[in-house]
Design a protein around this ligand. Structure first.
Ligand code: NAI
Length: 462
């Protein structure tokens, strides 16, 4: 039996980042992980492999559809799917090995196996017990199941199966127009699959600023993705080599049907707490299955904390990382810092979509007087040169104080550009502060400055 200051259960972005910061701050740290490799969903079957496939498929698409416009002459490019999957696995491998290296460097013990909480201060893994002053639950999330749909990870898949299909399918139906559906839908659509997305709501990407969502849907439609909106998927059925999806359109009582080779179910994720023995220890869970924590990430049981997808808030790797760092700092006697108002969200499609803070819809609901500064990438020379001028930056600022309340970007490098707005918001900046900051020319980021200028006396290039 070995004693620790902190034992973290789960080595995803929340858990591993927390472990590293705990160790850096002088706490004796261990991390429990049941899987062969470290890194959790994000590194193994989520963010990283999907970004690899998004990158490869985007270059493939550009080779066949953009290169000729740039004066680059190639033959028609084709895909070697096996090699593309190998490349994806190699990237995953490099990343998970990187975490192993960082754990060794920081002298963090990895306890392999399924962790359960025996009692406050005691963890059990494979029949062995480990004592720890603090326990941090960072066990993440798993795909939600849809009633009437049986995921086999072969032809009816979650994101996990969709990242390792045996071949590029001819057709794919995606249930749910959220982040996973649109990112993986983009991958397969670019590779030649006939993709149809069925979404329960009247617009794609719930929570996204409405104007941006509508613009985004139009672009994806132009790229060949079909949408059936206002449709609730009821069930699926195997039919020879195909699958049938039964869905109900809003206002209709008659079931509609559509066939495809593969069905991807991306209707959200739910907290993963299997085997932790939370009930036995008396840890409070809410109706969504999330572990209830206070603002300092404490559960109702002394010495036990939770971070990331298992608690409330957006299911985002970087939100979990921030919580991991904050709790490590608090356990080491520091203040810890968390600001849920400046967490960016990014959809890694082409173009990328990124946002932070409030949407117009939220501000209207809050009866807040606000200004809108909007700038199209059509007025940005760099975006034009890159043939990537479809999109805009929209900054929302307080009508009286000019303080930035939200930023919404659809366009080239949106996922990187958004951080300028995040930093500005973190420091309580006004749109004018951003507009008065010199931006290099020619860069995509000039579009952010122009949107900030549009909150005041007007953008220059529109
Ligand atoms: P989501 O919550 O983003 O979207 C699910 C969609 O499915 C919703 O639009 C919902 O209305 C729809 N839906 C639910 N039931 C339905 C039914 N029966 N028929 C038709 N439509 C239905 O969920 P998603 O895409 O599975 O993502 C899960 C989580 O993973 C999210 O929290 C997301 O933020 C996170 N994630 C983030 C990524 C990123 O930051 N780039 C990448 C991938 C996932």
């Amino acid at each position: 039996m070995k004693d620790y200051d902190v034992i973290i259960i789960g080595s995803g972005p929340g858990g591993y980042v927390c472990a590293i910061r705990c160790a850096q701050l002088g706490l004796k740290t261990a991390c429990v992980e049941s899987k062969e490799t470290l890194g959790g969903t994000c590194l193994n079957i989520g963010c990283i492999p999907s970004k690899a496939l998004l990158h490869a498929s985007e270059l493939f698409e550009e080779t066949n559809h953009k290169f000729s416009k740039l004066g680059i002459v190639t033959g028609k490019a084709s895909v070697n799917w096996e090699k593309m999957l190998d490349y994806k696995s190699d990237i995953v491998n490099q990343n998970t090995k990187g975490i192993e290296f960082l754990f060794k460097k920081n002298k963090i013990d990895v306890i392999k196996g399924w962790g359960s909480i025996k009692e406050p201060g005691v963890i059990e893994v494979n029949g062995k017990t480990f004592n720890s002053k603090s326990i941090i639950i960072a066990t993440g999330s798993e795909p939600s199941q849809l009633k009437g749909v049986n995921i086999d990870e072969e032809t009816i898949v979650s994101s996990t199966g969709a990242l390792s299909l045996k071949k590029i399918p001819k057709s794919m139906i995606i249930v749910g127009a959220g982040v996973i559906g649109l990112e993986l839908g983009s991958v397969y659509s670019r590779l030649g699959t006939n993709v149809t997305v069925i979404e329960y709501l009247d617009e794609i990407t719930p929570g996204l600023d409405k104007e941006t969502a509508k613009f985004f849907r139009r672009i994806l439609s132009k790229q060949g993705i079909k949408f059936i909106l206002g449709a609730a998927v009821q069930s699926t059925k195997k039919l020879g080599n195909n699958n049938v999806v039964n869905y109900l359109l809003k206002g209709s009582e008659k079931i509609s049907k559509i066939n495809s080779e593969i069905i991807l179910v991306s209707t959200g994720r739910k907290p993963f707490t299997k085997g932790l023995k939370l009930k036995e220890v008396g840890i409070e869970i809410n109706q969504q299955g999330q572990i209830v924590t206070d603002k300092n990430l404490k559960t109702n049981v002394a010495g036990i904390y939770a971070i990331g997808d298992v608690i409330s808030g957006p299911m985002l790797a970087h939100k979990a990382e921030d919580e991991g760092i904050a709790i490590a700092e608090m356990l080491a006697g520091q203040a810890g810092h968390l600001n849920y108002d400046t967490i960016p969200s990014v959809i890694y499609t082409s173009p990328e979509v990124a946002f932070v803070g409030k949407t117009e819809e939220q501000l209207k609901k809050e009866n807040k007087d606000y200004k809108v500064g909007k700038f199209s990438f059509m007025g940005n020379g760099r975006a034009k040169a890159a043939l990537a001028a479809d999109g805009f930056v929209k900054i929302l600022s307080d009508k009286y104080s000019d303080r930035i309340l939200g930023g919404h970007i659809i366009g080239p490098a949106a996922g990187d550009l958004i951080h300028e707005i995040c930093v500005a918001m973190e420091f309580g900046a006004s749109a004018e502060d951003l507009a008065r900051t010199c931006h290099a020319h020619p860069t995509f980021s000039e579009a952010v400055r122009e949107a900030a200028l549009a909150c005041g006396d007007g953008a220059i290039h529109s």
